[in-house]
Design a protein around this ligand. Structure first.
Ligand code: LMR
Length: 334
């Protein structure tokens, strides 16, 4: 009996310990550290969002949670950061939606060219039921989607003017890790090459690739306009992010901290997404003002040709993504 009581007390003691701390060793006197790793400059929507997140967390959870932000691929590229999240080496990241193909096919919807009319339609889709469900589309792989952050619409660039789809024929384009983007460029008989973001400037400068597709904030902050002679205003696709963490980290947090983090993320998300379009237009102007490149507006007829050439990509991926998801995305244009 004594042995039984002793055993029980030990179990209870251990359980009290668990409540005080947690599986990742968080205790009330040691601040929890959130390492947030990303690949872009601090002046882009994601860079601003990450820093704002740090600021609000350290204001409102002072002494309890500390945030370390690592921008510009200082710590990891977007492939490695996903592994690092599961290993607990970082606790937050926000890779582009194009980079989750290994974990879910559904998010490929965001890469389909000319699917969304504008950022407003994308926002509507992300906020509706289908879009919100997609935040949980990687739950069986241990990742938890927390929010969507915009960057902007992508522009195509090269050292020759790209006005019509035929102009892209035979050119090598750098793409993100996305099968949709691969097929998109194959559709115009170009040759896509998957490269990490940190390698893009050099690849353009040395001619490893001839062109790329990027939103204005990334173009300007990484000086791509200094190594590409022309930017066509194609606005053909979306570059946005999913703020992600791992289930194991998130579930290990004390409930009150998780609630506060949720509230902060909602606030930062609203700020980032409200500012993203304006920021994008400011960077577009900076690229023009730099005088280092030429920005080519396309006519409606030219854009219609690009759209026509790339539209078969939708059917190619519809089954993988799910017709319901593609239809919901399309209906956000209405
Ligand atoms: C890219 O690789 O081009 C982007 O995903 C970079 C980013 O995070 O905006």
């Amino acid at each position: 009996m004594l042995k039984y009581i002793l055993g029980l007390s030990l179990v209870m003691l251990a359980m009290t310990g668990c409540n005080k701390g947690d599986s990742e060793g968080h205790t009330s006197d040691k601040p929890i550290t959130i390492k947030f790793s990303h690949v872009v400059a601090e002046s882009t929507p994601k860079g601003i969002g990450a820093n704002r997140f740090k600021e609000l967390v350290e204001q409102r959870l002072e002494g309890r949670v500390k945030v370390e932000v690592y921008p510009n691929s200082q710590l990891y590229d977007d492939n490695k950061v996903m592994e690092a999240l599961l290993l607990g080496d970082v606790q937050m990241a926000a890779p582009s939606l194009a980079k989750f193909g290994k974990y879910t096919k559904k998010l490929q919807v965001f890469d389909l060219p000319f699917l969304f009319n504008d950022l407003k339609a994308i926002e509507k889709f992300q906020l509706d039921e289908t879009g919100r469900d997609l935040l949980g589309s990687m739950s069986d792989t241990g990742y938890r989607g927390l929010a969507y952050w915009h960057n902007g619409l992508k522009q195509m660039s090269a050292n020759k003017p790209l006005r019509n789809p035929e102009d892209a024929k035979g050119l090598k384009f750098r793409i993100q890790q996305s099968d949709v983007l691969q097929v998109q460029f194959e559709q115009v008989e170009a040759s896509p090459q998957k490269l990490a973001f940190a390698e893009v400037y050099n690849a353009l400068q040395t001619g490893v690739v001839d062109g790329a597709e990027n939103p204005w904030a990334n173009i300007y902050s990484k000086k791509f306009h200094e190594v590409q002679k022309y930017f066509s205003e194609t606005n053909h696709g979306y570059l946005g992010y999913m703020l992600v963490t791992s289930d194991s980290f998130w579930n290990s947090l004390p409930e009150d901290i998780r609630t506060e983090l949720d509230a902060i993320i909602a606030e930062v998300t609203a700020e980032v997404n409200e500012e993203a379009y304006k920021l994008s237009m400011d960077y577009r102007q900076k690229v023009i003002d730099s005088g280092r490149t030429e920005v080519l507006p396309l006519t409606d007829e030219e854009l219609a040709k690009w759209r026509e050439a790339m539209k078969p990509v939708w059917a190619h991926f519809e089954e993988e993504i799910g017709k319901d998801v593609v239809d919901a995305a399309l209906s956000s244009n209405e």
